[in-house]
Design a protein around this ligand. Structure first.
Ligand SMILES: [Zn+2]
Length: 567
């Protein structure tokens, strides 16, 4: 668990000081450590108690991570099902909000782990000595409190109960100790039997490393998922438990990969995703410093739900690209990816706010080869005028009844940049960039609208090319016939419409004015599109197709991320 890249850290801090406008959360370097703390429960989801259950391997080592993230072992337990609870009164029951039984702050009848204990005078030199001494006392357990081994007895809900126990157990020389801000107890799940107590103050958090039996790669259940590595339990600000997966970076990459793609995908596609996931981790690293975790396991940073879906392919992809990142110049790239581009990716500035030099939209000649596998290559959705009217009203756009909808702006790769709706009073409502997709809940920004007044806009004075892009002139253009032969376009070309054919008199002939009564005869708008996702960066199905076509992972990455280096 060595610390890495300290020289980069110093350089990045210096750069951050000079460039205060850069968001501090975005790191431009690989993570500081090869052990990553991925938040599984934090902030408002911090837990009073957390259950662990061995899946592969048995037992647990108990300790903490030092400043270099090396695990310092303080003790162990051979129990296979343990729970870590904060040192306040908690009780076992359920099901809790996660559907499982566990420990909560709701003190009902039943099994209460109280926060009052009897403390035996003195300290012990080792865990074994404390454990042996504790074993001679009913309800005794070893504890590590601020650097010293102690022996404590019982888990009583109040001082009176502790006093009564003190008398009945004839432990008159003991003191009664109560709750603490940073302490945690390890108990046998479903009981109030304390196995170990830990209080390292604010600076040290209990870390549990599964596997006492020499298992090479233990797997452990936590909250419905299995995880590699260990778990850290930190009472941030003296509150409930912030639970972090303590996982080797490459195991983390393997786990993320197994859910972002699937075991069984072509190896080069998996490797491309592995580098992307590793880089994405690095660029999100540090967003949750307040919670004392590196990144979270949700879409906010990157989805991480343990190792249950990993396999030989995902493991090989992670290991085969270990330590590799996507760089643009001397900084890590922001490696956005999505499911399926439907024919062309899009520049980041046409979807979000900023253009980035490596997130440039381009036609995708590969993805179509696996169109039948994607399930999202072609899609159609219809909206009635009434549905659109209601949707605008429900989102706060008061309108006089929608009568028209059309694509009012497209990008050079043929994706939609602005979708415009018009009401009966002629008022226009335009939704641009990402909202051209999300406002109507569409699968992508690659679509056309029929039923409205303008179904295929193009840059003024140009011709739209099927499949994406446009031409300013037909000079030198070829048309592909039904038999696959190409011939130069000559004379006055005809276009095919729903009613038949008609001469193409002028490029992009102005359509009926938006809002005109005849814009939508039936009041039904059909959106025909392709692709799934935001279209910025790497298409995962495109990576699949490129891998099947024989491209390597770095060729896949350099296709979808313009001008980057993989190293
Ligand atoms: Zn996050």
């Amino acid at each position: 668990m060595r610390k890495r890249f300290m020289q980069f850290a110093a350089a990045a801090l210096a750069a951050a000081a000079l460039l205060p406008q850069l968001p501090a959360a975005r790191a431009a370097r690989p993570p500081d450590y090869d052990t990553v703390l991925v938040g599984l429960a934090y902030g408002s989801s911090a837990m009073p108690g957390a259950n662990l259950l061995n899946s592969v391997g048995s037992g647990y080592r108990l300790g903490y991570l030092d400043g270099n993230r090396d695990f310092i072992s303080l003790g162990y337990t051979g129990e296979t099902g343990i729970s870590v609870v904060k040192t306040q009164n908690v009780s076992y029951g359920g099901p809790l909000s996660n559907g499982l039984n566990g420990y909560s702050d709701q003190i009902a009848s039943g099994i209460v782990v109280g926060c009052y204990h009897l403390q035996i005078p003195g300290t012990w030199a080792t865990f074994e000595e404390a454990r042996t001494a504790a074993a001679n006392l009913p309800g005794g357990f070893p504890a590590w409190i601020d650097g010293a081994y102690q022996v404590r007895v019982g888990a009583y809900p109040d001082g009176g109960s502790a006093q009564a126990a003190q008398a009945s157990l004839a432990l008159s020389g003991t003191s009664i100790v109560g709750t603490s801000s940073y302490g945690v107890s390890v108990v046998k799940t479903g009981t109030n039997t304390v196995l170990f107590q830990f209080d390292g103050g604010e600076g040290r958090a209990l870390t549990v490393m599964p596997g006492l039996d020499g298992t090479e790669k233990p797997e452990t259940w936590f909250n419905k998922f299995k995880y590699y590595g260990g778990f850290q339990f930190q009472r941030v600000g003296g509150g409930s438990l912030t639970v972090a997966s303590v996982v080797d970076l490459e195991d983390y990459v393997n786990c993320v990969l197994s859910r972002e793609m699937s075991e069984g995908w072509p190896l080069e596609a998996l490797k491309a995703q592995a580098v992307t996931a590793r880089t994405y981790c690095a660029t999100n690293y540090g967003r949750h410093r307040d919670s004392k975790i590196d990144i979270c396991g949700t879409t906010h940073c990157q989805v991480y739900s343990g190792c249950g879906l990993t396999g030989p392919g995902t493991a090989q992809a992670a290991a085969g690209t270990a330590g590799q990142y996507i760089w643009y110049g001397d900084a890590l790239a922001e490696t956005f990816f999505f499911s399926c581009d439907g024919g062309a990716t899009e520049s980041s500035g046409n979807v979000w706010t900023n253009d980035l030099p490596y997130l440039v939209g381009k036609a995708d000649p590969y993805e179509g080869a696996v169109a039948d596998k994607t399930g999202k290559y072609n899609w159609t959705v219809t909206f009635t005028a009434q549905e659109l009217t209601s949707r605008l009203n429900s989102k706060g756009y008061a309108n006089a009844g929608i009568v028209d909808m059309y694509v009012s702006e497209t990008t050079p790769t043929g994706n939609v940049k602005t979708l415009t709706l018009v009401d009966a009073a002629g008022k226009r409502f335009s939704f641009s960039k990402e909202r051209a997709r999300t406002f109507l809940g569409l699968d992508s920004i690659r679509y056309t609208v029929s039923g409205g007044s303008q179904s295929a806009p193009a840059p003024s004075g140009s011709y739209v090319v099927a499949g994406g892009g446009s031409l300013s002139s037909l000079s030198g253009a070829y048309a592909v016939g039904a038999d696959g032969t190409a011939a130069p376009v000559a004379g006055v070309p005809y276009v095919i419409t729903a009613q038949g054919t008609e001469p193409l008199a002028t490029p992009s002939a102005p359509a009926a004015p938006p809002g005109s009564a005849g814009a939508s005869g039936k009041g039904v708008f059909t959106i025909t599109g392709s692709g799934y996702g935001h279209n910025v960066g790497m298409s995962q199905w495109g990576a699949y197709a490129m891998a099947e076509a024989g491209y390597s992972y770095d060729q896949i990455l350099t296709f979808y991320y313009t001008g980057i280096d993989v190293k």
